[in-house]
Design a binder for this molecule. Structure first.
Ligand code: SAM
Ligand code: DTB
Ligand code: SF4
Length: 357
């Protein structure tokens, strides 16, 4: 972070102290816009991100909406449709994931889909109004024999006039370049949570593995889609740690999915968050805060209100849009779990005067 941005954030820090009643009411600097611009290319230390989280809710949302309007059309939301092209049976131990082979979640394993079936699903997504089609595979990472048919899928989906996205796990040297040549626009690979909490959620690969794949994606010229999950029992400091990592990437990710944990029976996190020894999941204000802090710290990124919308009411989703979310997963299914009906999303957009990008 450069000195101008640091000065601005230090205003926020003192404002949040003031808001706790220690001094006067918060004053929002008139000249903050230029300073926020600087944030797009500078690091965000953890304490400065925490300071944003600690702001009074109304101040935080006001700032997030102001940043949002500076960089985006406030009434447009981008629509991405997901398809699980290879389902279940995954070797990894991600504590949230219904597709890990080691958990009994009821997900049926399915081999890699035929290219023609993927293209048919993409056509339908386009007809329904999606502009991006995201193909997800339950792999630790693709072997070359897995990647070859995926390259065909990317080529054919791209030819339909859709933006293409893949999430296939960790990439080895040269794989991102092959995806780029096939026409891949975005690669999704999430940091999931803060480095300090990551070991509680996943042990079969580490944070550096995630960062290495993200470097390969960036190096190939593919746009980076990288975010995380909240509501996994992490602290506010961990949520700030995730956002600080994302916002400090140079350049920042073009797309930032913020997922609210979908609690799937059989996963360790279901037991932790819903079982007899349940700890409290975060409430809606904390989720909206996470979206707002992502928006302020990553002003140009598309912030996606991702998994978990099925358990959110319309008012919470509307607050997320107000806080700067400008992308959603659109279609009745995420990968293996549900998502709001297209007709419900259309009705919500109508009520809010939002149109698809
Ligand atoms: N296997 C690849 C990987 O892990 O990168 C790609 C697919 S994986 C399912 C994509 C992302 O979905 C994960 O990184 C995680 O952030 C998100 N995800 C998986 N299960 C979830 C759940 N139950 N709730 C919210 N997000 C979830
Ligand atoms: C992302 O951040 N969320 C999506 C997408 N990237 C691949 C996946 C959500 C998965 C939710 C659980 C499921 O449906 O299996
Ligand atoms: Fe496998 Fe990805 Fe699920 Fe982890 S999140 S278990 S890597 S499918």
């Amino acid at each position: 972070m450069n000195s101008t941005t640091a000065a601005f954030v230090s205003t926020l820090t003192s404002a949040s102290t003031e808001a706790r009643g220690e001094t006067k009411a918060m004053a929002i600097p008139n000249s903050w816009k230029g300073k926020i611009d600087a944030a797009a290319t500078t690091a965000w230390p953890l304490d400065q991100v925490e300071a944003l989280f600690n702001l009074p809710f109304n101040d935080l949302i006001h700032q997030a909406q102001s940043v949002h309007r500076e960089h985006h059309d406030a009434n447009k939301v981008q629509l991405s449709t997901l398809l699980s092209i290879k389902t279940g049976g995954c070797s990894e131990d991600c504590g949230y994931c219904p597709q890990a082979a080691r958990y009994s979640t009821g997900v049926e394993n399915e081999a890699l889909m035929e290219v023609a079936d993927v293209v048919a699903a993409a056509k339908l997504a386009k007809q329904n109004g999606a502009s991006r089609f995201c193909m997800g595979a339950a792999w630790r990472g693709p072997k070359q024999r897995d990647l070859d048919p995926v390259l065909d899928m990317v080529r054919e989906v791209k030819a339909l006039g859709l933006e293409t996205c893949c999430t296939l796990g960790m990439l080895k040297d040269g794989q991102a370049e092959q995806l780029k040549s096939a026409g891949l626009d975005y690669y999704n690979h999430n940091l999931d949570t803060a480095p300090t909490f990551y070991g509680e959620i996943v042990t079969t690969r580490d944070y550096q593995d995630r960062l290495d794949t993200l470097d390969r994606v960036r190096g190939s010229g593919i746009n980076v889609c990288c975010g995380g999950i909240v509501g996994m029992g992490e602290s506010r400091q961990d949520r700030a740690g995730l956002i600080a990592q994302l916002a400090s990437m140079e350049p920042q990710p073009e797309s930032v999915p913020i997922n609210y944990l979908v609690q799937v029976e059989g996963t360790p996190l279901y037991e932790k968050m819903s079982g007899p020894d349940a700890i409290n999941a975060i409430d809606w204000t904390e989720f909206v805060r996470t979206i707002a802090v992502a928006r302020i710290t990553m002003p140009r990124s598309f912030v996606r209100l991702s998994a978990g919308r099925e358990t959110m009411n319309e008012a919470t989703q509307a607050m997320c849009f107000l806080a700067g979310a400008n992308s959603i997963f659109y279609g009745e299914k995420l990968l293996t779990t549900g998502n709001p009906d297209v007709s419900n999303d259309r009705a919500l957009f109508e009520k809010l005067g939002i149109t698809p990008l």
